[in-house]
Design a protein around this ligand. Sequence first.
Ligand code: NCD
Ligand code: ZN
Length: 355
Amino acid sequence: MNFSANQITIRKPDDLHLHLRDGDMLANVIAHTTRIFSRAIVMPNLNPPITTLEQAIEYRKRIMQLIPQGISFTPLMTAYLTDDASVEVLEQGFDRGIFHAVKLYPVNVTTNSSYGVSDLKNIDSVLEMMERVGMPLLIHGEVNDPSVDIYDREAVFIDRHLSPLLTRFPGIKIVLEHITTDYAVSFVESSQQYKLASTITPHHLHINRNAMFLGGLRSDFYCLPVAKREKHRIALRKAATSGKKCFFLGTDSAPHPRDSKEASCACAGIFNAPFALESYAEVFYEENALDKLEAFASENGALFYGLPLNNEKITLIRKNVVVPYSIDICSDLGNNEKPLVPFHAGETLRWSVLD
Ligand code: NCD
Ligand code: ZN
């Protein structure tokens, strides 16, 4: 790493939590990620979800075909865990380098999670295998219990499910994805006798729960887990900029067609891919921690996944960039001609990527 007051050069980063979608949406969003990132852990919550080797191989091919010419980018595929998941299929997928991880969505907690796991007891044999072979388990850590307040669902998941799971499978590699609370930060930090890490999104570093209600109901800031109180945002910023190996970059960029965001029942998800690195850089700049950006963005995640560190470099300069209000789409999103709205729309960020 090389850095001065106006310029910073780091290894190229990886996005360890990304929704690339499929079809026209994939075609519209992929270049925003490949502009910056070397690799990405690609979420499997398509409809139908990615559960078989064939589906993952075909999906990876569709992604590869859309990578802009001359750009090197590796999509790392994941499997979507269901109640009746096959141990053999997942293990074979991992052995053959097709599945890099397994994603656990508790049933009905978020977008396309209706095929998710209804009871962790149903997947004991899968968890045993994953612990044995070192296959990472990526967890959307929220309970779906309607009696639990939506702002408490992450903390309750940790107490009810994650903590007992770690006791039962102490050797399993786990990423508690997109953490949103000081409770999760403390839990991860104080559980380092296990192989437990967390991704942190740019939006949870920038917004608290007021953003969804600023001057009216703002679905562009609605994602899951929902942003929490200010004290949680502060704890997340401290964790991300700490340099600790258990925290790394995962954008959770989750584009939805405009009609699905501007709806009476709007979809959860923030499309942050277009300015994701600039967004993280803003946080590290504000926290006076640009020297920790490389660890968070380009090293800690790769080390956790056992991937080689990227050798290519990327440079950010201290130059303002204005985020547009909308990102034009190049192909039709199914009768939906409206552009996509990026995170930070209309704002000015202070670090730009040098082309
Ligand atoms: C994600 C999506 O849209 O696929 N939405 C979100 O709000 N983060 C799913 C997820 O990661 O929860
Ligand atoms: Zn996600």
